[in-house]
Each structure stands twice: as C-alpha cells, then as structure tokens.
Ligand binder design. Sequence first.
Ligand SMILES: Cc1cc2nc3c(=O)[nH]c(=O)nc-3n(C[C@H](O)[C@H](O)[C@H](O)COP(=O)(O)OP(=O)(O)OC[C@H]3O[C@@H](n4cnc5c(N)ncnc54)[C@H](O)[C@@H]3O)c2cc1C
Length: 380
Amino acid sequence: MTETAPITAIGNALIVGGGIGGMAAALALAARGVSVELIDIDPDWRVYGAGITITGPTLRAYQRLGMVEDIAREGAIVAGSSMFLFNGMHMRDLDEPPIEEGLPATGGIMRPVLHRLMQQRIEAAGIPVRLGVTVDTLANRDGGVDVMVSDGTAGRYDLVIGADSVRSRVRELAFPHMGDAVRTGQACWRVSMKKPPTLERGEMFFGHRYMVGITRCGADAIYMWLLTPHAEGQDRLEGEELVAQMKANLADFGGNAGWVRDSMSAADWVNYRPLEAKIQPRPWSDGRIVLLGDAVHATTPHLASGAGMAVESALVLAEELARAASAEDALLAYEERRYERCRDVVETSVSIGAAQLAGRPGEEIGGIMGAALHRLAGPF
Ligand SMILES: Cc1cc2nc3c(=O)[nH]c(=O)nc-3n(C[C@H](O)[C@H](O)[C@H](O)COP(=O)(O)OP(=O)(O)OC[C@H]3O[C@@H](n4cnc5c(N)ncnc54)[C@H](O)[C@@H]3O)c2cc1C
C-alpha cells in the first residue's frame, strides 16, 4: 500500500459487500488504522468465472493497493491491443503507453483469480469477514450507525460502507432518492477458455452489427465478450442452448474470434447477461452511511472501467477520511471527487452501447472510446 497517513476521523467501519470495491475499501481503510469488518451475503464468497480487462487506470489504482505484481504474475500484462475487421483481417495495432512511469500498460485476469488475490490480502491484514449475512436495519444516531445484521447480531460503527453492488441492500435501506439500474437494451455474452495459439494481446473486432473483444487473462487463458441487442425473455439462456446461440451470433467472425467460436463448448464458462447501468443521484452519503462501486456507479463493460472505478472510489474515500477533520466532511469531499468521473464513465459507456445499437460507424465509436480513455488517464 502507498500513502498510508492514518485516519483519525473514524475508529471502526462496517463494509457490506466483499467484491472488488468492498475488498479495496477494507484494505485501504485498514492500512490507515481503521478497525474494519467485512460482511458478504454469499456464504462461499465466490465470484463468477469470467475474465476482466484491467485498463491502465485500473492498474494505477491497484498499484496503490500494492497489487500490480500479483496481477502481472497471475493474470496477463500486454502492451496494447490489435484491431481487426470482423472477418479477421488485421487493421492496426494500438500500443497503449503506461499512464504512469513504472506501470505496465494494460492487462487482464480471471475474476476468480483476482478475487482470491484480494481475499488473501484481506486475510493477511487480519480483517474479520462474516459470510452468508447482510444488513437488516441501519440507523444513523449520534455520529454513528446502529446496525442489525441478518444473523441477529447488532453492532455500532462510525461508518457503514455499502459496496453491495447493483442491487444494493444498503442503498435500498438508506437512500430512498436512488433507484434501480436501468437496462440499456444490449446484452453481453462471455466465454472463458484456453488461449487461441496466435493471440498475444487484446483483440477487438469491428465492422459488424455485433462487437467482439478478446482479453488475455493468463499464460493460457482468455475471455471473449460479444455485445448484441438484448431480446427480452432471453435472460435465462443456459447450457448447450446458450453455447449454440453464442456460436450462431459469431457465425460471421474470423481470426481468433472464429477460433474461439469453433473451439468453445459447454464445458467452458459461458454466460449471457443483459446490461444495466445507473449513475445514482447525489447525495451518496447519509449521515455515516456511504455507497461505493456498482451500488452507486453501475456501468456497462464498454470502457472496461467499472472495477477500476470501484477501486478508485475506495482509495479516494480512505484518502479523504485521512485528510478531513470530520467523517461528514470526508464523505462530502469523497462524493465531490468521485461524482463527475464516475458519471463520465457510466454515461459514456451507455452512449457507446446506444451508438452500437444505432449502427453507428466503427470509427465514430472508436473515437468516443479513445477520448474517454484519454480522460480516464487523468488523475483521480
Ligand atoms: C458483463 C460485464 C463485464 C464487465 N467487464 C469489466 C471489465 O472488463 N473491467 C472492469 O473494470 N469492469 C468490468 N465490469 C464492471 C465490474 O465488474 C464492476 O463494476 C465491479 O465488479 C464492481 O465492483 P463492486 O465491488 O461494486 O461489486 P461486485 O464486484 O459485484 O461485488 C459486490 C459484492 O457484494 C456482495 N453482496 C451483494 N448483495 C449483498 C448484500 N445484500 N449484503 C451483503 N453483500 C452483498 C456480493 O456477494 C459481492 O461479493 C463488467 C461488468 C459487466 C456487467
């Protein structure tokens, strides 16, 4: 961990949700001396088997957690990506210079591997974790929060952080001015499997009404994503039917996208998910309860930045808690620093999806993406 000025504005904190954002917040706060507890509703504390793209800004955020070497060792680091026409014809290579000196350019990792690496850090930091539980009630009182947990235990905390994702229970309990994420009309099909023999870096396929990308996630691991319009009623597609439908959607694709189509099977991890997003209206905190990650800035994968935003939000929250005279000031400063950047990611991601649905040309979509990634390389 870098920058570990102690936090004195609070003594203890409960983090609800042990995903990417919740674990990052737990590590960032514990490193600054806060007594942190983490709870997660999943009794097995798992994550689904997809891969994840780790962009330059996301690597920068993970560097502050001291985890870039872990990601490089157990995932994949690449110098950039290659663009292809959907039929496999090579268009050009895009080198992505590191956004900070000493940082790798970009990469990918399997989600279960990233989850394990973060869980190991939580364990090493001695952070207590309770699984299979959620919050039943939250009440701000006298500069703290009284919490009833679903296992019947009660607690009092100086701060409660809701990092419990897109269907956040904390948001539902404490933020009546917010609402559910909204479906965007697109869906993401994903497969995780062995690496095509000729793939070395990220690959993106343009010029088709469907968009495809492949992210290298390890020495012999990739995940491939395919974006299509979402047909209502298709949410429960599974097993052989799911694989057959994904292969049919990839029928026109060549190069390594074609290789993946021909090589994938129901034995691989395959998933279909309608996309949803929402930048929640301010304020993001109420008394001593605050939200971060998909609970408050849920986005689509178009800029591959949701996880990076969650880690950044965790780091900024810890930084502001260390800097401010009171927890209330820190929560306001956190929101002030995070709102515009997260709004940009969510709204630009949604607009890229809308442009794809409208059949806008690849150059136009690439231009929106490039400009957004350039903005994200700026400080957070
Ligand atoms: C199809 C798709 C592809 C994506 N690809 C990328 C990518 O390539 N790169 C990238 O940076 N981002 C990507 N994202 C976004 C990224 O996955 C999310 O932004 C990120 O996981 C958010 O982290 P989080 O901690 O807020 O939520 P999560 O990682 O979802 O974690 C939430 C945790 O809260 C727990 N929880 C849920 N409800 C409760 C409850 N009531 N009580 C207690 N615990 C609870 C869950 O069990 C889970 O452990 C993608 C998203 C989608 C939909």
